[in-house]
Design a binder for this molecule. Structure first.
Ligand code: ATP
Length: 407
């Protein structure tokens, strides 16, 4: 069978059209793929720039953390624009260089400076004494925490009222009965159970100012200054009396003495001696009281627990289910809850301390915000608990036993 000539030309033409169409579609597809890849490339580049920036910030942070602590000193004499004689707080005098970041104008006799631990070069000039003291202490004229803001610690609140609040508010009671009120009380328990909160509430309830120092900072942040800072804290407390001195992490300055003393241990020793001397030196009938806190009662030096010092010890334990419920009620007071059974939350939030429960409430609120809701549901709490539980498992904590301390 034969076809007319123009029929076969049509087929050829159609074939050509089809081929052309296919090629065009392929080109269009490739072009759109190129466009997508270009966009992706742009995104990756932008992300890359962002990550590089973050990396720089983290590197700088890390460098800061790696810097060894600085030694404090006082300028005795300025020799020339780049050299000075300094009395270091660890004892001897040195002729040292000024780092290029220090303005020679600031180097005047009596100025307090920071020295690099290895080269002893002056790397920073500290602000005047008062500001410097403030750097090591947290001072609140009147903290705004009351006993009502504390959940699950009713027995401990009763004890602390007896030991600290009563002698501050009614010192004559003790005089009439003829007993000496305690000077200080030691709170011990796992982190985040409310020790700081309790000390602040005592200050609030007794209209006292609140001065907080952290043991580890006294001996590590300002080398050679621990003992002086302790003296300053007591002096300041007297100026601001009635006053509660709160010494957090007291174990850092009051751990059992060891036989071989390194330089750092000697620093801790000097600080502890000063603390004991200050405690022995002030009148227990006065209006300065000391509250100390520790997570490690087992390593404390028995000297710190002798009568007239921290002779009252209060355990701040993990909250039980009722305690957890009380704490949850406090932290959800202003939250918009819908269908949330706090008793059930307290039940499933096993092994959580006050700080965790506060974090759970905040986290539950965040879940609601993420879903653009204005109220918080039971599921938000469930998710928050599993998130916080996950974090806690990474850094679990076992409370050492106090009995070890008494042998
Ligand atoms: P650390 O040993 O780590 O210093 P701490 O025992 O002093 O911890 P706080 O600093 O008092 O713990 O608690 C941290 C936060 O957790 C408080 O600001 C408070 O919001 C919450 N919190 C802890 N315990 C309680 C509690 N019993 N009632 C209400 N809130 C609490």
């Amino acid at each position: 069978m034969s076809y007319p000539d123009d029929y076969s030309t049509d087929i050829e033409k159609n074939k050509m059209d089809l081929k052309e169409f296919k090629e065009k579609t392929q080109i269009a597809e490739l072009e759109s793929k190129v466009l997508r890849l270009e966009l992706k490339n742009k995104d990756i580049n932008r992300e890359n720039v962002q990550i590089k920036k973050e990396n720089e910030i983290l590197k700088r942070e890390l460098d800061k953390l790696r810097i060894p602590p600085l030694i404090l000193g006082t300028i005795l004499d300025k020799v020339n624009e780049r050299k000075a004689v300094v009395k270091s707080s660890t004892g001897p005098n040195f002729l040292v260089n000024l780092s290029q970041f220090v303005d020679p104008e600031d180097i005047v006799p009596g100025a307090r400076v920071c020295l690099n631990q290895q080269t002893l070069a002056i790397v920073e000039v500290l602000p005047k004494e008062k500001d410097y003291r403030a750097m090591a202490m947290e001072i609140e004229e009147k903290p705004d925490i009351s006993f009502e803001d504390i959940g699950g610690l009713n027995n401990q609140i009763r004890d602390i009222k007896e030991v600290v609040e009563l002698p501050l508010k009614n010192p004559e009671l003790f005089e009439k009965v003829g007993i000496v009120p305690p000077k200080g009380v030691l709170l011990y328990g796992p982190p985040g159970t409310g020790k700081t909160l309790l000390a602040k509430a005592v200050a609030y309830e007794t209209n006292a100012s609140f001065v907080r120092v952290v043991g580890s900072e006294l001996v590590k942040k300002f080398i050679g200054e621990g003992a002086k800072l302790v003296r300053d804290v007591f002096k300041l407390a007297k100026e601001k009396s009635p006053c509660i001195i709160f010494i957090d992490e007291i174990d850092a300055v009051a751990s059992k003495r060891t036989e071989s003393l390194t330089g750092g241990d000697r620093e801790v020793q000097r600080t502890l001696m000063q603390l004991l001397a200050e405690m022995d030196g002030f009148d227990s009938r006065g209006d300065v009281k000391i509250i100390a806190a520790t997570n490690r009662p087992d390593i404390l030096d028995p000297a710190i627990l002798r009568p007239g010092r921290f002779d009252r010890i209060i355990e701040i334990s993990m909250p039980d289910e009722d305690g957890r419920l009380e704490i949850l009620k406090i932290h959800t007071e202003k939250m918009n809850l819908k269908g949330v059974d706090l008793r059930e939350v307290a039940k499933i939030a096993e092994n959580m301390v006050g700080a965790d429960l506060k974090a759970i409430c905040t986290e539950a609120g965040m879940f609601a915000i993420r879903e653009e809701r204005e109220f918080i549901k039971m599921d938000d709490f469930r998710e928050a608990i599993s998130k916080i539980t996950g974090k806690k498992e990474k850094c679990s904590y076992d409370m050492p036993q106090l009995t070890v301390m008494y042998g």
